[in-house]
Design a protein. Structure first.
Length: 306
């Protein structure tokens, strides 16, 4: 079977990673593209090995944006963080976007940038250079920058745009879609659905559990959103059951006098509020369900299988 045969409608879908230093405008671009305040960081969901930042579905295409963790972690040296993030992204993504700030960019021969470009070069994937914030610069300074970068790397495309005013962002999407593999959609196309919100809210909670208890509860927690109430003029109410496999894990997750669960809840709530762009009341309950991973029906209920 050729690729075409397995995707008869010519649907294109794939993963993209945006790599760039802090403040170049990655979140702004994503928020603009996704039309919603999505800048969450999810762990590896059990349905896929990728960490997903947002999903852009359109006519005949679906682009899944991967997170590039490390870039936003100040405790790492920038250089190391960029390498790490780039390396993860390069493993997982079909398309790579290197984003720079057109109004104050490192030159391509700067040590950090050169090392990053070297890493990108080794992969057989399309790399786009997105020069952001063109609303702040005039053409006279933009052209030399484009020239420098074009000389230093064989980018698939160089796309100047403004994530803020959204000038040029459509073009970026068109170009990406053109380069996506023929593949059926990985996720449901109705991204803004409540089911989708629930999925991400559950993933955020799972991520925080993983962050706080990664040794003790590695990937063995699952999260079931049992209530999701949008209330006019007030906080939204979200109640989630967290399932672990052993009573000992329940103890760890709850912590001394509930301290661990409170910490997880506080972290999760912050990201959920950013994701939903609304304040929420988050309630977490920990339950034990032995061997839930083996239970097909349960997995289905949690949305891990179709
Ligand atoms: P990130 O750290 O790469 O995710 O960057 P952010 O998206 O948080 O943006 C950092 C800052 O740059 C914010 O103050 C944005 O408003 C601003 N910014 C992002 N894109 C643009 C742009 O196209 N033009 C201008 N003028 N500012 C932008
Ligand atoms: Mg950001």
């Amino acid at each position: 079977m050729t690729e075409q045969d397995s995707s008869p409608e010519g649907f294109r879908a794939g993963y993209a990673a945006i790599i760039g230093e802090p403040n170049v405008g990655k979140s702004t671009l994503l928020n603009g593209l996704l039309g919603q305040k999505i800048s969450i960081v999810t762990p590896k969901p059990q349905t896929t090995r990728h960490k997903i930042l947002g999903i852009l579905s359109g006519e005949g295409h679906q682009i899944i944006f991967l997170d590039t963790p490390g870039l936003i972690t100040p405790k790492y040296a920038l250089h190391e963080a960029m390498m790490r993030a780039a390396s993860l992204a390069m493993d997982d993504a079909d398309l790579l976007i290197l984003m720079i700030d057109g109004s104050r960019s490192r030159p391509p021969d700067d040590a950090t940038m050169a090392a990053l470009l070297g890493q990108l070069q080794q992969r057989q994937k399309p790399v786009y250079l997105v020069i952001n914030k063109v609303d702040l610069v005039n053409k006279d300074s933009l052209l030399p920058l484009i020239g420098q970068y074009a000389k230093s790397f064989s980018f698939r495309e160089i796309i100047p745009l403004s994530a803020l005013t959204r000038r040029g962002t459509e073009t970026l999407v068109e170009i990406m879609v053109r380069d996506l593999p023929l593949h059926p959609p990985y996720y449901p196309l109705d991204i803004i659905s409540e089911a989708h919100q629930r999925f991400f809210v559950a993933e955020i909670v799972r991520e925080k559990i993983f962050l706080k208890c990664r040794e003790e509860i590695p990937y063995s927690a699952s999260v079931d959103i049992v209530e999701f109430k949008e209330r006019e003029g007030g906080k939204w109410f979200i109640s989630a059951d967290v399932y672990v496999e052993k009573p000992s894990q329940k103890g760890i997750l709850i912590g001394k006098k509930g301290a661990m669960l409170r910490a997880v809840g506080a972290l999760a709530r912050k990201d959920i509020e950013r994701f939903l762009d609304h304040s929420v009341f988050l309630e977490l309950h920990v339950k034990v369900r032995e061997n839930w991973r083996q239970d097909e029906e349960w997995l289905h209920r949690l949305g891990y299988t179709s």
